[in-house]
Design a binder for this molecule. Sequence first.
Ligand code: JFZ
Length: 459
Amino acid sequence: MQLRRLVPALTLAILAFAEATAQNAAPRVETAAQKDARMAWWRDARFGMFIHWGLYAVPAGTWHGERVDGLGEWIMNQAKIPASEYAQLAKQFNPVQFDADAWAKTAKDAGMKYIIITSKHHDGFANFDSKVSSYDIVDATPYHRDAIKALASAAHRAGLRFGVYYSIMDWHHPDAQSGAYPDYNSRSFHSPNFARYVETYMKPQLRELVTQYPEIDVLWFDGEWIADWSDAQGQQLYDWLHTMKPSLIINNRVGHSRQGMAGMSANKDAPGDFGTPEQRVPPEGLPGVDWETCMTLNDTWGFQTFDDNWKDTKTLVRTLVDVASKGGNLLLNVGPTAQGVIPAQSVSRLREMGDWMRVNGESVYGTTASPFGLPTWGRYTARQSTGKVYAHVFDWPKNKQLALTGVTARPRSVYLLGDKKPLSVERGEGGWMVSLPAVRPSAIDAVLVVETGGTSATR
Ligand code: JFZ
């Protein structure tokens, strides 16, 4: 082997050895109480903003005049675009209208408590100033500014937590999946140099993110289903990240055993702090388990000009409440344009969710799963510290009699949230029956406070 090839190979071996030694020297030991403390803000938050933004916003779903099927951020794979050709999009990515404070305000006004943005999606393009790559927003675009840095600071100014999405799969890097072209997403493809990508590219980029962006509290991995990744590698990565920053919260896609769109890991010892159901809410509560449903407002994550299948505000609020009633968080996505603008259809829906949250947020933030199952008329959430259960009435009964199904002991008091006036409660056929007021306070979700003597609510 020539010296110029031997030196990088040796460097890699030394790096890998140093990492392995560091891991052996510092195995992560965390008590249940320490984990509760680390997860506390996240469990209280219940509602966050997901942002998918990158070069795919430039074609926005159309390639050579043809609409491309599938998700906007998958266009490189769907249209079988060679990596070198796709990379040319960087020259057109100049989001001069990007206003990080405006994005943070949109999240804040919706009632969201944290923001997770793509730092690098499957296409390999980084939205931050990476020193191990020139394939990033600072080096490769006319914009030349670090979007992750700007949004991290804006989020903190707005009092929001901040985290980044990072794809393990990389269609651009020659040592990762670019060799799988034209099927970048092949599940059987192995790169002979994948370890080199991990040690000299992925981990250095993750180190940059964790050490140079102090606001980052969450790492949201994805693209973990590739044949070159395993639970064991995920566990090593998880431990390595925690050695650098013990407070990090890391999703279960750091490992390899997520079960499809249901999102929970098959193996209970798999790495990761929370499960990631995608585009769906688990049918039942998952007591004692941390999870977060990620969902689009229309049908795509990355911006597409033609996707107009927007969910309505009522559906969105009820989805958030459904999630909270089952003990999870909702991470709702926006896909900004290549100019740096969150689509108006997204902003208006989020503003309307915020209108509901400003009145009813108490029944969502810091609550735990329903102690009384799933009533036919809506959902329950609970706050153990106060013994309050919130009855979320989606379907207001015509006869104004609401059966508090699942509640056994006589409630101490029942009233509308934001109106302390006690409502009459009588024992009836359907259990404890509440006489509802004549005026329904919300057609989206009218919230009643049920004061119980104390509940056995679990997360
Ligand atoms: C993944 C990404 O691929 C997607 O672009 C988006 O970032 C989302 C939040 O996460 O979604 C997936 C992942 C895997 C499959 C489908 C969607 N899959 O294996 O079918």
